[in-house]
Write a new protein. Structure first.
Length: 501
């Protein structure tokens, strides 16, 4: 087994362990905090602060981190350049946000403007803390050391959850979210320096200029991606209010919890892997098609489950927030689009063509922004407003994915037929799963109308997952065969690494 394949397969094992641990902890945190410890307005106030912090942090690394992962030469100099650039830029960002906090708060026009100002200034300390170890984390990804990242991420999420729940229970309101996040960032900083120490040298101007040529397009794409991810938050908070933003945040986080987190975390492996072979288009094309095929086999059932069982999930875990049911189901379509979009972005970066990201992001913003503004300023009522925003967000994502596929295919030369073939197993089996899930629910409610919702969720969920697996095995037996070979290669790689006793 090739060295790169062995590293990727081993890394994916740790990545999926990381995903499972983080999602379980984060879901518990959401259930507990939304169970009465905090109000929607407090979540909305926190979301406003993070929209602003995200906006000010747009250019906090100027694309240097991606350039470092993609780079093959002068790595010691590139490491120093990236660290110095990150720390300097983020200190400037923190200072700007601190002094302009009153203006930022006024743009949202919340009921508690003074509290938002204070939250902005304190929460933005995370920008400075994060700058100290962003390079450490990037190098772990570049070296495929995802076991160490598992330790860091899980520890940080545990600290985040424990701190926020404890402080919320003690009555600290929105500040429990702020202090919990700072405690989590501090934990990451300490662990990353312990597990991935780096040696700093001088700032090499020549290397910095070379890295900037790559990072320039990443910076433009980062600005656009921030707008895509946050303009809905801003407009909902500005025109529908803090409570509506808090509810929209819950709907988005629920849809984001599984499918997008899986895609995003997979990207931490796929980007460095594509960067290793980015010069060989035949090889990278084949690798991308396989990555999409098998990642969507795992992502689609998660998304279908969230759409099919959205009413039951909300009713069981968030019984007083049923207003988020329909927006959550619609936003899950956005999550599934990103399941394809994230590997596409990693492919563009891996082959050294980040300009593709810039173009896609630009047109995504151009399409999404005006429609979203019209919707939030004209739709009456929180429920209809949240549904309309969710439709715009998901619809514009479908457009962006189509454009991204077209532009990337011109470089790497994959065809529409190859993409459809890669997605067909997951999509077909997902449709079977959805129909089975709705049928099982209907049968339950027809035969036993008083059955507990949790029981319906568990039994119908298991039946629908079984339907997905059976459909995959019967209609696409080659997928199961190929997956078995992948796991066998991973085990063989481990044995080769350990060697004979």
């Amino acid at each position: 087994m090739s060295s790169l394949t062995s590293k990727v397969l081993t890394s994916l094992g740790w990545v999926f362990t990381n995903i499972a641990a983080k999602n379980a902890i984060q879901f518990v945190r959401m259930v507990v905090l939304w169970g009465g410890l905090l109000e929607p307005e407090e979540f909305g106030l926190n979301a406003m602060a993070w929209v602003a912090i995200g906006g000010f942090s747009l250019l906090q690394d100027m694309g240097f981190l991606s350039a470092l992962i993609q780079r093959k030469t002068d790595l010691e100099a590139a490491t120093s350049v990236t660290w110095y650039a990150n720390v300097f830029i983020r200190l400037v960002v923190f200072a700007l946000l601190f002094f302009t906090a009153p203006l930022v708060a006024a743009s949202f026009n919340p009921a508690s403007k003074l509290e938002l100002i204070a939250v902005l200034r304190v929460a933005s300390l995370s920008i400075v803390l994060g700058s100290l170890t962003s390079v450490n984390q990037a190098l772990l990804r570049k070296r495929f050391q995802f076991k160490r990242l598992l330790v860091v991420d899980t520890s940080a999420v545990l600290v985040l959850t424990g701190t926020q729940i404890l402080l919320a229970y003690l009555g600290h309101g929105v500040w429990s979210l702020v202090y919990g996040h700072l405690a989590s960032v501090a934990t990451r900083t300490i662990l990353l320096w312990c597990l991935s120490p780096i040696r700093l040298g001088r700032f090499d101007l020549r290397v910095a200029k070379e890295m900037w040529r790559f990072g320039m397009h990443m910076s433009f794409a980062t600005v656009g991606l921030w707008l895509i991810k946050n303009m809905d938050y801003f407009l909902v908070g500005r025109y529908l209010g803090e409570a509506a933003l808090g509810l929209y945040t819950l709907a988005f986080k629920l849809s984001d919890l599984i499918a997008v987190n899986v895609a995003r975390t997979l990207g931490t492996v796929l980007f460095p892997a594509f960067a290793e072979i980015g010069h060989d288009y035949d090889r990278v094309r084949s690798a991308w098609l396989r990555a999409v095929r098998y990642s969507m086999v795992g992502i689609v059932p998660m998304g279908v489950a969230l759409i099919t069982f959205a009413p039951e999930i909300v009713l069981v875990f968030f019984p007083e927030r049923t207003i988020v049911t329909v927006p959550m189901a619609i936003l899950t379509l956005f999550a599934l689009c990103r399941g394809v979009g994230v590997p596409l972005g990693d492919l563009a970066k891996g082959i050294g063509k980040p300009v593709i990201l810039t173009r896609v992001v630009f047109f995504h913003v151009v399409v999404m922004a005006p429609i979203l503004f019209v919707v939030t300023t004209n739709v009456v009522g929180t429920r209809m407003g949240l549904i309309a925003v969710s439709v715009v967000v998901s619809g514009s994502a479908i457009f962006a994915i189509s454009l991204s596929l077209f532009l990337t295919s011109r470089e790497v030369k994959f065809t529409a037929r190859q993409v459809v073939s890669a997605l067909l197993p997951a999509v077909t089996s997902g449709l079977v799963m959805g129909v089975s899930g709705w049928g099982a629910k209907a049968l339950f409610f027809a035969l036993a109308p008083g059955v507990p919702t949790l029981l319906v969720l568990v039994v119908a969920g298991i039946l629908s997952l079984c339907a997905y697996g059976i459909s995959l095995l019967l209609l696409f037996p080659s997928v199961a065969t190929e997956l078995r070979r992948v796991f066998e290669r991973r085990r063989a790689g481990k044995k080769e690494k350990v060697g004979p006793a």
